[in-house]
Design a protein around this ligand. Structure first.
Ligand SMILES: Cc1cc2nc3c(=O)[nH]c(=O)nc-3n(C[C@H](O)[C@H](O)[C@H](O)COP(=O)(O)O)c2cc1C
Length: 206
C-alpha cells in the first residue's frame, strides 16, 4: 500500500459525518503504513467544470487522450490509476449520489481510456483494487426502518465495475437526521464494521 485516494462528495466537508469517518480510516492506515501518500479530492471545492459540448463531442470521436479537452479527465483518471485503494465518502441525495460525484464519474468513466466497448459489453481497463464507499443518509434505506429506495448502491457498484473496480465495499451511516444519539450509534457501528476490513484492521483510533 503506497497511495490512497480519498474522495469527498459531501457539500459540507468540515462537518460531514461520512467524511469524518473516512478521514479517521485514512489516519489508521497512515499510522500503520508510514510514508503513505494520501491524495485528497474534495468534490465540494467545485473546481470541476460541468461537461462541455467539446468534451461530449470528443467522447464520440475517439479523440487522443492528450487532447486539451481531456485535461481534467486525465488528471482525475491518473489519480485513480495511481492509488492502491480508494475511499469515497458520499451522502445520499434524493435517493442517489450527489451531482458532484456524478460529475467526477462522468470525467473518469471514459470510453477507450478506462473502459472499452466490446461486442460483449463494456470492459474495464483499470486494475482492480479495494474501494470503500461510505454512504451517509438522513433517513434509513435498509432493513425494517427503510422508508425510501436506494438508487445509489447498485449504480455505484455497476459504474465502478464498468472501469474494472469490483472489490467494492459499502459502509452505511443511516438515520443521521434523528439526532446526536443516532449519529453516534451509526458512526460507531460503521467504524467497527470498517475496522474488520484488513486495510483498517486493528485498534480504531480513540
Ligand atoms: C439535496 C439533499 C438531498 C438529500 N436527500 C436525501 C435522501 O434522499 N435520503 C436521505 O436519507 N437523506 C437525504 N439527505 C440528507 C443527507 O443524506 C444527510 O444529511 C447526510 O447525513 C449528509 O451526509 P454528511 O454528513 O456526510 O454530509 C439529503 C440532503 C441534501 C442536502
Amino acid at each position: 500500500m503506497r497511495e490512497l485516494l480519498l474522495i469527498n462528495a459531501s457539500p459540507r466537508p468540515k462537518t460531514s459525518i461520512g467524511y469524518c469517518l473516512a478521514n479517521e480510516m485514512v489516519e489508521i492506515v497512515r499510522q500503520r503504513k508510514p510514508g503513505l501518500i494520501v491524495t485528497q479530492r474534495d468534490l465540494s471545492e467545485a473546481d470541476l467544470a460541468p461537461l462541455s459540448d467539446e468534451y461530449a463531442d470528443a467522447l464520440t470521436r475517439r479523440t487522443p487522450d492528450a487532447a486539451p479537452v481531456f485535461a481534467a479527465s486525465e488528471r482525475l483518471i491518473r489519480e485513480l490509476e495511481r492509488c492502491d485503494a480508494m475511499l469515497i465518502a458520499t451522502p445520499m441525495h434524493n435517493f442517489t449520489l450527489p451531482a458532484a460525484l456524478k460529475l467526477w464519474i462522468d470525467h473518469v468513466v471514459r470510453i477507450g481510456r478506462t473502459f472499452d466497448a466490446t461486442p460483449n459489453g463494456k470492459v474495464g481497463l483499470l486494475g482492480d483494487r479495494p474501494v470503500y464507499v461510505i454512504v451517509s443518509s438522513g433517513g434509513a434505506h435498509r432493513g425494517p426502518r427503510a422508508r425510501q429506495p436506494d438508487f445509489l448502491t447498485a449504480y455505484m457498484r455497476h459504474v465502478l465495475s464498468t472501469i474494472g473496480l469490483f472489490d467494492v465495499q459499502f459502509i452505511y451511516l443511516e438515520g443521521l437526521v434523528a439526532g446526536e444519539d443516532a449519529i453516534k450509534a451509526a458512526y460507531e457501528a460503521a467504524r467497527q464494521r470498517l475496522t474488520l476490513e484488513p486495510l483498517f484492521a486493528g485498534r480504531a483510533l480513540a
